[in-house]
Structures are given as structure tokens and as C-alpha cells.
Design a binder for this molecule. Sequence first.
Ligand code: GTP
Length: 357
Amino acid sequence: MKAVVLVGGEGTRLRPLTLSTPKQMLPIVDLPMIVRVINHLATYGIEEIILSLGYRPEAFVSLLPEGRHGSFTIKHAVETEPLGTAGAIRFAADKGGIDTTFVAVNGDVLSDLDISKLIEFHIAHKAQATLSLTPVDDPSAYGVVVTDSNSQVLSFIEKPSRETASSNWINAGTYVLEPEVLERIQPGRAVSIEREIFPAVVNEGGLYAFPSDAYWLDTGTPSCLLRANMDLIDGTRGGPPHPNAREHSPGIWLHGSSIIKGELIPPCFVGDGAVVEKGAILERSVVGRGVHVQQNVKASNCVLLEKSSIGEGTSIRDSIIGERAFLGAGSVISGLSVVGCDAILEPGTHLQSGRVP
Ligand code: GTP
């Protein structure tokens, strides 16, 4: 079966990280998000993946060129202007020659959904389209999906208030679609699958919903991106946080060779070529490849992306530091701050819930 993976959005909520790196190229525990998403699809026997590209396609093209990659083939569909979620699916499906049942996924969702079961469910219900549902604590930021006892979708309720929400099951962003759905999508303009196409399929009784409480996380905001990393080192998802990491001691995961003179308080991950100097204390943090943590740094609940450099005596809590960023000595960073790739912070910078640049 073929799958379209949507990775063309600008990822505005994750700026400044996404100013230079598209969202799905950002690493989750030192492995680009797109690789994690594709590996999940490949586990369920997806043989051809069409990357639906728009914003900054070059990074994807260079990491995942067209052609065979082990058990699956990659194709690219690069939009010249944003086509929205449905327009992008149609454009990619045309490029990929899709003419039978296929899968489409939002490429910024990390999930352990059983895609084989989703496909079986779709076929058993003779659906035109099936969407996966996931439960959330607070549905008010999402679109709630209302179904009948046969799992047929009756309606969508966009961003209901917490009190009035009739259910807490939301669209999880993984779909199985029949090619006839593509014909509904007008080519050449931006079309939203959630707002324009699915409501039309609901009116014909062709949309079904498959509930699953498997792990699910939309990585679209800094707090969710941080959580995606923490869920892997905490063991929430099971297995090693990185496919090639080894557990050096309980909860301390290392990949490749690193130099650690400071203290690591579990859970932590340290990537290949990273250096943690004497007196540094890292707690529940992800240190990407080639990161340099200088003496007496204190970091907790942090993600330090590839080749960033953290100056002596700096303190970082609950924050994300971008690739190759340079933090001057004695800085204090906290409160879900995000420092962009290549940013340079003067020594002694204080950042509380800040974004640079
Ligand atoms: P924000 O700007 O922060 O909302 O992020 P986003 O641009 O990624 O938008 P959103 O999270 O709503 O997108 C859901 C998924 O669809 C993501 O995987 C996006 O990359 C993708 N996406 C959104 N719009 C487009 C588009 O116009 N073309 C393509 N190819 N993908 C898109």
C-alpha cells in the first residue's frame, strides 16, 4: 500500500526552530521526526511513501532522496504554493499514481497506532474515508468527532468548550482513503481535508472513525516537542529512545562515543560526539550529537539540539536549544524558552519563556 506523508507546512508555532529547519526535520532524541514517522509506516508494510513537500523541501530531498530505502520507496511531490491538507494529498496522490486505497498521515504526529488494524477497519466498513481518533484530556483546542454506534461519523465540532464537548475523541491525523475522495478535491487551490472534504463525505455517510488509545502526540508546539523527547527517555513509549542507543546505566542512554565528565541524572540521552564537562549536572535531558556542555552547567527537562554549545555555569530548565546555538557563560534560560538554530546569546543572558530570535 502507498502512503502520502504531509510535511509541507511552515510550522509557525515552532518558530524560531522552524525558520531554518522544517518541523519534521527537527530531531526527536537525535533522530529526525520524519524518519520516526516513516519507520512507523514501514513497520506496517507500507511500501511506497510520497512525501508531500512545500516549505523548505531541500532538507527532506537530501535526507530521503527518491528511490528505494530498504523495504520502501520514496517519492517527492513538491508544491509551488501551499495547497492545504487536502490539496496537498491530491497533488501527492497524482504524482504517486495512486489509484487504489491508500493511507495519508500528518507528518508531525508521533504515534504507535496499529495501521494494519485501521486499514482492516476501513475495508470492513466499506468506508470512503476512515480517520483515526485519539482521546485527549482537553478537546477544546481540537475538532471533536461525533460518531454513531457503528462508528460512522455524524459531525465534527470545532474547538468545543471543555464543558460542552460531547466527547474527548479527536481527529488523530492518520487516514485511510479511497481514490474517489481525491476527485472531490479541486486541484490547484488550497483545500482543507478537515474543513471541506470530510464534512462532504459525512453528508453521504461515507466517513468512519477508528478509535485508538495507542500513544499519540502532535508535536506542533514547543511544549509538545519537548514532551515528545521526554516521552522517549522516560520510557513512556517503551524501547530505547534512539534505535542505536545503549543503556549505559539505568535510564542513561548513550549513542556512539561521547565524553562525560559531569553528572547525568536519569533519564538522559547523550548523542554521538557530545562532551559534558566537569561539574555539569544534567537531569532528564536530551543532549544531541556534537553538543558541548561546558563546566558547571545545570540543565533539567531540556533538549539541546545538535552541535549547540552551552557556556560555563549556564542554567537551563524546561527549554529547547537549537542546532549550533551558542549560549554565553552564566546564562539563565527557563519557562519553555526556545533558542533558534545558530543563535548566539551574550554571556549572562536571562530568558524566561522567551524566543530568540
Ligand atoms: P503551524 O504553522 O504551526 O500551524 O504548523 P503547520 O504548518 O505544520 O500546520 P499544521 O500543524 O496544521 O499541519 C498539519 C500537517 O500538515 C503537518 O504535517 C504539515 O507539515 C502539513 N501541512 C500543512 N499545510 C500544508 C500544505 O499546504 N502542504 C503540505 N504539503 N503539507 C501541509
